[in-house]
Design a protein around this ligand. Structure first.
Ligand code: ADP
Ligand code: MG
Length: 323
């Protein structure tokens, strides 16, 4: 039933930025270390994500756009061992129900690539082309078939700011990948692969943020917490400069944020928030990433323990004499 599929898809795909997030996460899952993101008109008319990852085999293409089919799960129990970013097998299907998708892709071993057009979840055409290894997904005319959802989108500027936001967050969390972001034919972000977290932060967030950073690096009970708290522009009026990555994926987690915020309560004015970039690596079986369709929230098997490791990691650098 096309209508139900469209409604379901609309729940996963709220706006251009949700599409960009899903496509870029797929690129990272495919092992890409070079990703280009291009949008036009806030992403409403045009979104392109090009990567140099594994590519999709021509024979698997229709499967990739089928709901709940994913190459990232082989057994049910794998669900609890997910290391990759995406795993629900829903993104491409959903996107193809609310926009016109074009894909160009080639695997390492294939002689040539394929170019296909997909609409309403169905492959309209598929032909051979020459192209480099990797995948390009082009998403055109978002919500062309759901006018109410289209009307619900904000201005081009607001939508493109949301896309920028996601691109910056993902780029910041991916040290070993170079990102290029093009907005209405203008290059907005162009990062190269980096071995050094500090220069990576500098290249994305700029001088102000990266001038004076306190490094955190602590591990206990299989939970590794590392990253930086910014001392320079120490606080902001919102949490927009709080970046938390769990096993490499950007998440929003108020309880984890508050662990850090609590240490700064006495030094930062009311309603101001410290800025930080924190990575938490832990056994994926201890997290449930399947909690929210947009996957920015997370549930831990043992949240208290994770928060305690975070807390200790911060205390160690803020009050070194105590440890
Ligand atoms: P999921 O990421 O949850 O598996 P998606 O709908 O996002 O589901 O993607 C479906 C499948 O399409 C993936 O499992 C993967 O096999 C393939 N795929 C999607 N994007 C890419 C890409 N950029 N490179 C290689 N394979 C991809
Ligand atoms: Mg995915």
């Amino acid at each position: 039933n096309i209508t139900i599929q469209k409604i379901a898809a609309g729940e996963v795909i709220e706006r251009p930025s949700s599409i960009v997030k899903e496509l870029v996460e797929n690129s990272l899952d495919a092992g890409a270390d070079n990703i280009t993101i291009e949008i036009k008109d806030g992403g409403k008319s045009y979104i392109r994500v090009t990567d140099n990852g594994d590519g999709i085999d021509g024979d698997d293409l229709s499967l990739a756009f089928m709901r709940h089919s994913t190459s990232k799960l082989s057994k049910a129990e794998d669900l609890y061992k997910i290391k990759s970013l995406g795993f629900r097998g829903e993104a491409l299907a959903s996107i193809s129900h609310v926009s016109r998708v074009e894909v160009m892709t080639k695997t390492k071993d294939a002689l040539g690539g394929v170019n296909a057009l997909i609409e309403e979840g169905k492959i309209l055409s598929q032909e051979s082309i020459g192209c480099p290894k990797g995948t390009t997904m082009i998403v055109r005319d978002l919500f062309y078939n759901i006018p109410v959802r289209k009307d619900f989108l904000k201005s081009d500027l607001t939508e493109s700011n949301q896309v920028s936001d996601i691109v910056y967050k993902v780029a910041l969390g991916s040290l070993k990948t170079s990102f290029k972001f093009i907005k209405d034919n203008k290059i907005i972000l162009n990062t190269s692969k980096n071995n050094n977290m500090k220069s990576h932060i500098y290249s994305i967030l700029g001088k102000d943020f990266s001038k004076n950073l306190t490094e955190i690096n602590f591990e206990e009970n299989g939970v590794h917490v590392y990253g930086y708290i910014s001392n320079n522009k120490l606080y902001r009026s919102n949490r927009s400069h709080q970046y938390i990555y769990i096993n490499g994926r950007y998440v929003v987690d108020k309880s984890l944020s508050s662990v850090i915020e609590n240490h700064y309560k006495s030094t930062i004015p009311l309603n101001r928030f410290p800025c930080f970039i924190i990575f938490l690596d832990l056994d994926p079986s201890n997290i449930d990433v399947n909690i929210h369709p947009t996957k920015q929230e997370i549930k831990f098997a043992n949240e208290t323990q994770v928060m305690e490791v975070m807390n200790k990691g911060i205390k160690e650098v803020l009050y070194p004499s105590l440890s």
